[in-house]
Design a protein around this ligand. Structure first.
Ligand code: FBP
Length: 329
């Protein structure tokens, strides 16, 4: 089954006015993904590695492929005729698109190239996206600022040895693999169910001195040997959220990017709510997993800023629930 066929089945299950728009936009993102995949494979040959010069709104130095990925995503979403606005990691304000205005229009939030620090070392990177109804708003950008429960669809593309696209439209989470010859995506992982409990955790341990005491105690618990509870867990961390969440989704366990708590009155998170944390949380919940900040369900957070950051502990229900218990102690 191709991605297009599968999207048609999901469209039929959605009752809202945006059903068709969802199928068109996710299909477009699939097409952009095959172009990005090709470009990544040839980036070193086309002088596309390295920095573009300058930084984005969230202070990250921008890579050439970040800008390139953003530009082709903008063009593709305009062409879809169903996107009313795009919130992108690489644009300070929402990009309004008259082509998609109206009650059936959608607002897309997107990280065109996730894991940029892996680009110049041929590491795995990804694209993350989230779709919400625009409710016919004009400007439509503010429609992105609701709780994550308002997402009608979410997904990511992982550019690894294979190119994989995983998405949900509210009826389970489904994975596709790209045929590198045709550029088409085929269903290879229907209705993914995350294992209830895993054996692996993912976190940047270099930040340990900044963590909440409950976070430190939880990681210490995972590292402590105890056969009966399947410990110690193994540590896996790729530097790209897409790759770490993909592994967690398929094999269970937990991926965490907690807040920097050096100033407990002002916790500092890293990952962005609208185009990293909320879409991943919808995907994992749809696969039977959980996603928390340590103290609240991620999908209940109501955004107030397009580039707002949030902590995330995401994965198998057993591990996320246990992590929350450590935060409460
Ligand atoms: P961008 O590359 O899109 O800015 O994404 C942020 C990210 O690279 C995530 O993919 C990853 O999980 C995290 O930052 C890695 O952060 P760190 O280098 O601090 O461990």
């Amino acid at each position: 089954m191709t991605l297009e066929d599968h999207l048609a089945t999901q469209q039929a299950r959605l009752t809202s006015d945006v059903a068709r728009g969802m199928a068109v936009i996710v299909g477009r993102i699939g097409s952009v993904a095959s172009v990005i995949s090709q470009e990544l494979a040839h980036a070193a040959l086309r002088d596309q590695l390295g920095y573009a010069g300058g930084s984005n709104l969230t202070g990250d130095q921008v890579k050439k492929l970040d800008v390139w990925g953003h530009d082709i995503m903008v063009a593709a979403l305009r062409k879809s005729g169903m996107c009313a606005a795009l919130v992108s990691e690489e644009a300070p304000e929402p990009i309004e698109m008259y082509e998609g205005k109206g009650p059936n229009g959608l607002v897309v939030a997107c990280d065109p190239v996730d894991g940029s620090s892996n680009l110049d070392v041929n590491g795995t990177v990804g694209t993350i996206f989230s779709l919400r109804p625009s409710h016919g708003l004009d400007p439509a950008g503010p429609a992105a600022l609701g709780p994550g429960t308002e997402q009608v669809a979410a997904g990511y593309v992982m550019y690894g040895p294979a190119t994989t696209l995983v998405y949900t439209a509210g009826h389970g989470t489904h994975g596709f693999t790209m045929d590198h010859v045709s550029g088409e995506f085929f269903l290879t992982h229907p209705n993914i169910r995350i294992p209830k409990k895993g054996k692996v955790y993912g976190i940047n341990e270099g930040n340990v001195s900044t963590w909440h005491p409950g976070q430190r105690a939880f990681v210490e618990y995972l590292r402590t040997s105890d056969k009966a509870t399947g410990r110690p867990y193994s540590l896996r961390y790729s530097g790209a959220m897409v790759a770490d969440v993909h592994r967690t989704l398929l094999e269970g366990g937990i991926f965490m990017y907690p807040s920097d708590m050096r100033d407990p009155a002002r916790p500092k998170a890293k990952l962005r709510l609208l185009y990293e944390v909320a879409p991943m949380s919808m995907l994992v919940e749809q696969a039977g997993g959980r996603s928390s900040t340590g103290t609240e369900r991620v999908l209940d957070i109501k955004a107030s800023d397009y580039h707002q950051r949030a902590a995330i502990l995401i994965g198998s229900p057993d591990e996320v629930t246990l992590a929350e218990e450590f935060y409460r102690r």
